[in-house]
Design a protein around this ligand. Structure first.
Ligand code: VAH
Length: 323
């Protein structure tokens, strides 16, 4: 890969992926795009506004930049999709088909994430196999399953080198998540530092599959750099790292902040979404076929989240003081 366009670059994954790809390939090789005005989000590299719902705009951006790879991240996440299913369907499906269609025209390699949300209540929960029944009960999950099939179709019908990963909940401190069900595991850290307490929108014993963002970014890059003939799946490989409940996360936070308090006020919509997802993915094929290995477990993720948020706060305060 020599010239990369990222869509949804202002989002939770996109923010860190853009920085990591610029470090790895050089900032001149990366064009970060998002439907939002770059003035609101860009942080140094090349950035443009792009609505991936506009096929001509996607084609023009990819061709003008001379891209040989597109990392398509623009999507509406699970809880936000339940609030406006029609908008989520249109963005998640039309955005992806536009990227795949342009990739078929230009020969671009394509990455797009799938999710544990691509599974539903009939899927074996622990673990969910690589190949199994996929009957999600959320609009986000429907678009993830359909997206997986769309990528496989463009690969088999038009030869598009499409690749994907089924991510668990992703935890990071760089960019706030937007509209996900696993977002409690991100919000809890900022609430702990700001107020010393957090009201969780899921039950204390809701066990979910999770991954720290540095592991997720490395998985994307390792998959996209893997030799194509090593891959028996295109969209998408199961990848996982750790599983925990809100109560277990709170206990780990209390090892750093003994006075931290948590209480629970389950949101029926997000609780039902969480209950429909597997508790753990079987990622043995990713480990065997392209060497996937996670590095962060719960204790080291929590420690690094506090390190990251502390340094982020220090930079904000230094900026405010004009230092
Ligand atoms: C969500 N963070 O909660 C996303 C993710 C597995 C969850 O897809 O919707």
């Amino acid at each position: 890969m020599k010239r990369i366009v990222i869509t949804g670059a202002a989002g939770q994954i996109g923010t860190e992926l853009a920085a990591n790809l610029a470090d790895r390939y050089g900032s001149a090789a990366i064009l970060a795009t998002d439907v939002r005005d770059p003035a609101e989000w860009q942080n140094g590299g090349q950035a443009e506004q792009l609505d991936c719902m506009d096929l001509e705009a996607v084609r023009h951006t990819v061709v003008r930049f001379g891209a040989d790879a597109v990392f398509h991240l623009a999507a509406v996440l699970s809880a936000a999709a339940e609030a406006d299913p029609l908008r989520a369907y249109r963005i998640n499906m039309n955005g992806l088909v536009n990227v795949l269609h342009v990739a078929a025209e230009t020969g671009c390699r394509v990455f797009t994430p799938s999710s544990i949300a691509a599974f539903g209540p009939e899927t074996p929960r622990d673990p969910a196999p690589q190949s199994t029944v996929q009957r999600p009960t959320t609009m986000y999950g429907v678009t993830k399953v359909a997206g997986e099939l769309l990528c496989d179709y463009y690969h088999s019908r038009f030869g598009v080198d499409a690749r994907g990963l089924r991510f668990p909940g992703l935890i990071s401190y760089t960019a706030p998540p937007g509209g996900g069900t696993t977002d409690y595991a991100v919000d809890i850290f900022r609430a702990a530092l700001r107020e010393g307490r957090y009201t969780c929108f899921l039950n204390a014993d809701t066990r979910m599959d999770m991954m720290y963002m540095p592991d997720a970014i490395r998985a994307v890059i390792e998959l996209m750099e893997a030799p194509p003939d090593a891959l028996t799946h295109r969209n998408a490989y199961n990848v996982t790292a750790m599983q925990f409940t809100p109560a277990e996360l709170a206990a780990e936070i209390q090892r750093h902040m003994p006075a931290f308090l948590i209480d629970y006020s389950p949101d029926p919509v997000r609780q039902s979404i969480a209950d429909s997802w597997p508790a753990r993915l079987d990622d043995s094929e990713a480990r065997e076929q392209w060497g996937w290995r996670h590095r962060y477990e719960l204790p080291d993720m929590v420690a690094d989240m506090f390190r990251g948020l502390d340094s982020q706060t220090a930079r904000i305060e230094a900026g405010a003081a004009g230092r």
